[in-house]
Design a binder for this molecule. Structure first.
Ligand SMILES: NC(=O)c1ccc[n+]([C@@H]2O[C@H](COP(=O)([O-])OP(=O)(O)OC[C@H]3O[C@@H](n4cnc5c(N)ncnc54)[C@H](OP(=O)(O)O)[C@@H]3O)[C@@H](O)[C@H]2O)c1
Length: 314
């Protein structure tokens, strides 16, 4: 099969994988690009043990083999799938529990942009942060693949969404997705703008992708019993904080990574987000053929990019 060779990042002819117990074989139409793929390419984020070395954490495609152990998914189904790896290829195996029907009205390119961002948003906002109607939630990086989905999920659950973005144009797009306020993170008083917008009750939940660089301001923004959920460390992994605030304000700092979770846990998340998958509008910035993987990865760092970059295989 045609696939991206994980050692060279060039297209190669690699063996087609065989489904294990509980897995289906998918003919891939489109594969989402994630920041983790760039980290893996740079040698910083190896796949978890047992996962395909081929990059790619999400696809949309057609099921072409479904052994009897793969319950709930049949040959011919058009699906979207969350993966631990292997998506940059003509064929990929996915646990049946990590597949959902391609939401009606979505193209495979749009569908391929959903599984990783929605599962990440669901795990962190719903399961870990226990988001509730009326909560004020800060989502850092609202224009990102995750952020643009997290805004929609939080807003649909009745939260007030404040977000940070890199430009006025992106701020307008985030407001269209459901953010009440979108603050430009280049502004010196960005944290103060968020505080003012949060009002008296303060911020209940922060979905953070920045890590050390935003640690102080995040702790400072949280209201009593607030939850800081860390899913990315784009501004560093080592920081210091005033633990006094953590104690007296009863704050929780929670970190998580989706990729390494066991299949059964990912299956629970995918099952729980089934309904939401039909309501979220994936934001696709560009789709490129698999051959243009280098350009696709460059686009992830292009300041104009809003939402997801997708690779196509048809
Ligand atoms: N832990 C997990 O399970 C998990 C799962 C998925 C993703 N992640 C992580 O989550 C992060 C986002 O992933 P993604 O796929 O959405 O990546 P992405 O599409 O590349 O988005 C990155 C975002 O970072 C924003 N950003 C850059 N500097 C910022 C700053 N100073 N303040 C606020 N935002 C800033 C960018 O905003 P502008 O474009 O507006 O500049 C962009 O929206 C990545 O770090 C990724 O590794 C973690």
């Amino acid at each position: 099969m045609r696939a991206i060779d994980p050692s060279t990042f060039a297209i190669s002819d690699l063996p087609t994988p065989k489904p294990k117990d509980g897995e289906v074989l998918i003919r891939v139409h489109a594969a989402g690009v994630n920041r983790a793929d760039l980290l893996q390419r740079a040698g910083h984020y190896p796949p978890p043990p047992g996962a395909s070395e081929i990059p790619g954490l999400e696809v949309a495609g057609t099921v072409v083999a479904a052994p009897h152990t793969a319950q709930g998914v049949s040959v011919g189904d058009e699906v979207i799938a969350l993966l631990a790896g292997g998506g940059y290829a003509e064929f990929v195996c996915a646990p049946a529990v990590q597949c959902l029907p391609l939401p009606s009205g979505l193209s495979p390119v749009e569908g391929a942009g959903l599984p990783e961002a929605l599962a990440t948003s669901w795990l962190n906002l719903v399961d870990l942060a226990d988001i509730a109607e009326g909560d004020t939630v800060v989502i850092h990086g609202g224009s990102g693949g995750v952020g643009s989905v997290a805004i929609q999920l939080a807003a649909r659950r009745g939260a007030r969404v404040l977000t940070t973005v890199g430009s006025a144009e992106k701020a307008a797009r985030c407001r269209a997705l459901g953010a009440e306020v979108a603050v430009d993170y280049h502004d010196e008083d960005a944290t103060e703008q968020l505080r003012q917008s949060a009002g008296e009750d303060g911020v209940a939940i922060i979905l953070d992708i920045l890590g050390a660089g935003a640690l102080d301001s995040n702790i400072d923004l949280l209201a009593r019993d607030g939850r800081l959920i860390m899913i990315g460390l784009q501004q560093g992994r080592t920081g210091s904080i005033n633990l006094g605030s953590v104690l007296t304000e009863r704050l929780q700092i929670i970190g998580s990574t989706l990729r390494a979770l066991p299949v059964a846990r990912k299956g629970e998340i995918v099952a729980a987000m089934r309904h939401a998958a039909r309501l979220i509008a994936p934001q696709i910035h560009a789709s490129l053929p698999l051959e243009e993987v280098d350009r696709a990865h460059q686009l992830m760092d292009d300041p104009a990019t809003f939402g997801k970059i997708i690779l196509t295989l048809d």
